[in-house]
Design a protein around this ligand. Structure first.
Ligand code: MRU
Length: 348
């Protein structure tokens, strides 16, 4: 059986984008194939693929498909078709900055490539293949850096899925745990189920179990108890965007874990690659995605709340820098003062 060290969440194969259908997990591990950028946009929106680095690469590949689909013969017409696809792909999920990073990188490559449409097409396809390889390389580097913080026997709480399934491969927060294990340390993972879309139970528990980790699934409401009972030594989560003022945007529920971790003296570490840092924004300028109410009022299609009840479904929250111990990145561990050190390490 292939493990998540080798399995890829998203890949480019013979002018086709292939991705694991994460809506079918944990029941079935299947790939879906895409040749149309608009279908890739729908897949991102409906969370067939999700997780900040994974959607960054998927959107970039979607844009490469748009370049192949375009009938344009000249540079300007091709770039115009690609711009249209960029807008469509950007209008899928607003919070993860990697989405915008991935699309802008491919557009930049296309503009710089050459005057000839065919050369541009070749250049963007080459670029997206490289982005996929780079994602895994960067995660392994981040993992190695973060693993230094883990002690043998630690129980580490995470949130959502910041694993191989949220990236092209290896993972960010879970990459740190993989690297700790590769370094010979034993780690136990505490996995909150992560309502309402259940990425913790459907994806993280699946991925960790498949790779033979000692992992314990808990309900989201058990987070405070586990921290207060001394059953967690560290919290390591992913991030969808880290702004220049040191705020960490991640899956809803992360903020309450950070508050409780501080209350109980448990270190709280977000782990993120450089593509997740957004030096162009402060926290007030970031939109939090609001998702459909069905995710809250239904479980597996079955209604669990009365008709007509009003619902709010923010998909992400924001953890302020004072609750963060330090940030694990592929360029090193970023300590306090976060704002200054983020600028120093991520500017370029
Ligand atoms: O809504 P999702 O499943 O895309 O949210 C994912 C998360 O919040 C992850 O923690 C984040 O993207 C980091 S993934 C390495």
């Amino acid at each position: 059986m292939e493990d998540f060290f080798t399995l890829r969440t998203v890949m480019w194969e013979r002018d086709t984008v292939k991705m694991i259908d994460q809506t079918a997990l944990p029941g079935r591990l299947t790939y879906r194939s895409f040749t149309d950028w608009e279908d890739v946009a729908v897949a991102i929106k409906t969370m067939v693929i999700r997780g900040a680095p994974a959607i960054g690469v998927a959107a970039a590949m979607g844009l490469a498909l748009a370049a192949l689909q375009s009938k344009a013969r000249g540079r300007e017409a091709l770039l115009a078709d690609m711009e249209k696809a960029s807008t469509g792909l950007k209008n899928t999920r607003p919070t993860a900055v990697n989405l915008f990073w991935g699309i802008d990188r491919v557009m930049r490559k296309a503009r710089e490539a050459s005057a000839e449409a065919e050369v541009i097409r070749w250049a963007v396809v080459t670029e997206v293949k490289e982005m996929a390889e780079e994602d895994v390389r960067v995660n392994r580097k981040l993992g190695k850096i973060g693993a230094e913080l883990i002690e043998n026997g630690d129980a580490v709480m995470t949130q959502c899925n910041a694993g191989a399934l949220a990236t092209v491969g290896y993972g960010t927060a879970l990459g740190v745990l993989r690297a700790a294990r590769e370094a010979g340390k034993f780690v136990k993972v505490i996995v909150p189920e992560t309502r309402p879309a259940l990425q913790g139970s459907r994806l993280t528990a699946f991925e960790l179990k498949r790779d033979g980790f000692d992992c314990t699934l808990i309900s989201d409401t058990a987070v405070g108890y586990m921290l207060s009972a001394g059953r967690v030594q560290k919290v390591i989560v992913g991030a969808d965007r880290i702004t220049r003022d040191g705020y960490v945007f991640n899956k809803i529920g992360t903020y309450q874990i950070a508050v409780m971790a501080q209350r109980h003296g448990v270190p709280f570490y977000p782990a993120a690659p450089h593509s997740t840092f957004d030096l162009s924004k402060t926290h007030e300028q970031v939109s939090i995605e609001q998702r459909g109410f069905d995710e809250v009022v239904r479980v597996k299609g079955r209604r669990i709340a009365p008709k007509g009840v009003s619902v709010a479904n923010p998909a992400f929250d924001m953890t302020p820098p004072e609750l963060v111990t330090s940030i694990i990145s592929d360029r090193g561990v970023i300590g306090k003062p976060l704002q200054e050190n983020i600028e120093a390490l991520m500017r370029n």
